[in-house]
Design a protein around this ligand. Sequence first.
Ligand code: ACO
Length: 446
Amino acid sequence: MSQTATLKVDDTTYELPIVVGSEGERAIDIRDLRAQSGLVTLDNGYGSTGACESDITFLDGEKGILRHRGYAIEDLAEHATFLEVAYLMIYGELPTEDESASFVSDVTRHSLIHENLRLMFQGFPLQAHPMAILSSTLCGLSVFYEDSFAPADPEHADLTIRRLLGKISTIAAFSYKKSIGQPFTYPDNSLRYAANLLNMLFSVPCEPYDLDPDQAAALDQLLILHADHEQNCSTSTVRLVGSSRANLYASVSAGCCALWGPLHGGANQAVIEMLQKIHDDGGNTEKYVEMAKDRNSDFRLMGFGHRVYKNFDPRARIIKRSCDRVLEKLGVIDPLLEIAMQLETAALEDDFFIERKLYPNVDFYSGILYRALGIPTNMFTVMFAIGRLPGWIAQWKEMITAPDARIGRPRQIYTGPTARRFIPIHKRKGARHRTVGRHEKAPIRG
Ligand code: ACO
């Protein structure tokens, strides 16, 4: 039965179709609203806006459910490998043994980067943030493969997808080696994906590197847990950039930049920095919980809260278990984990956090686990980007092949000055408080 919503503006009534998703979610389809009425919708931060229909990821933030192509994240994290999950995301089904072998072989054999691209690393300063290196180098890949990135050509797309998955971990590891002044370790195609990444990050030419299979398994699981999260900030960025028919390297590179921010993927780094700060300040977690509640303070408990989860983030639960296992096996006693647990308990019992449904998110524990694996803080978001790559690719592919694909281009409500006469420069008077936005004042100039 088709359903509609009725919108009445002044004396005119508009019938708008209601679209129902496979999990029963409902949306008012406003595609024709502007053409019919001249009206647009306004939704700062897109909290009530569905930007697309998608078959990839279902998440119910109220119930704490996350499924990819119908499979529960808990099952994928326990039973699948990262590259199987990548295949599932991108091609819609879990691979058969043959499909998996061929996909893994293709991705692995694309792990080397062009030597000229490697030279790009020399130009960055030693302390360059690895996210800056990762995003610029990913975009840099596009100049090496100009003959094969026609977005609408499925063969080109498949090749680009394999190249990206193969090369991102090499680029990530090189960006780390660059920042610590060590020689690059080239990929070893005899190793599996996560093991190869650990080897490139931590092995050095002068001594053998003891690769721990449990650590590789923990990293593989972490990558799976980050693989997709429907229309988040970085994924929407990838879709938006890709919608202009920019190539996939450029689109993914833009996604990296969006992920870098501390309110998104950069939160895992921010969590550890916050925990370290609390530790160095004497470990008084209550003081920081109070600061997070204080409206006069900018401080937020990093790793808490989520735009869509109003319940425990299921990924956080899995990471916490893995974290306990790895720390126990390695015999690591991390004082920051102790502070994290105190914060979690304090926040979960505090009315401020309960009323606002602020639970620990995926970033809250992932940083502790990355630390235990020896991954430095400024590499956390890079690891997130490697994990998120299959999701970005799958969402880009879905967007580019959709029958109704068109360039993304939101509208706005203009609130600036209405038409006024141009003033020649010699007649302009400086204003002491020039309004630069609806809420801001520009700094007073001399
Ligand atoms: N600490 C303290 N207060 C918080 C926090 C927090 N971490 N998060 C939200 N709040 C409060 C806000 O102050 C606001 O309170 P108010 O209603 O009294 O004004 C209320 O909760 C709602 O917060 P919003 O910022 O409106 O929620 P939004 O959905 O826009 O933001 C976000 C979500 C950005 C994740 C936010 O919770 C946050 O900043 N968290 C910390 C950063 C973080 O962990 N980011 C990672 C997210 S997961 C990911 O991207 C992979």
